[in-house]
Write a protein of this length. Sequence first.
Length: 147
Amino acid sequence: MTLVEVLIASTLLAFVIMSTLTTVSYSLSTLRMARHSTRLHEYMNSFLEELRVRTFADIQAFAALPQPVNLTTTITTESMSAVLPADVTASGTFATVTASTPMQMGMISLELTMTWTESNGLTRTKKIYTTFSENGLSDQYYVGTGF
């Protein structure tokens, strides 16, 4: 082998190694973000389950508070079982859609938002939108931003 062949082979090998390391780094970053996202979905579902067992009057009380309601402190002080990590904040915006009257069931919408900051400084947000009526919780759907 000549010196030129060794240099070309070394360059190709360095390129392959760097490409592999970049791919592994990106894969680990994506895996970490997916784990965090899954954990937040579990926390959000836990919050919804805690709210689901409450009476409609309790949900109306949340709607009467200044919005958005800081659920990070409310959850821990009102004996809800969900405990958030320190890097996650939870808030909920409750809005009366239909007032409760003798002729009509009340309905309150909820936008549950969880926000956290990644180790690289990016702020991420997950949201669930749902509706509570006097008959219970309606459908829910997730919206993720910053991904």
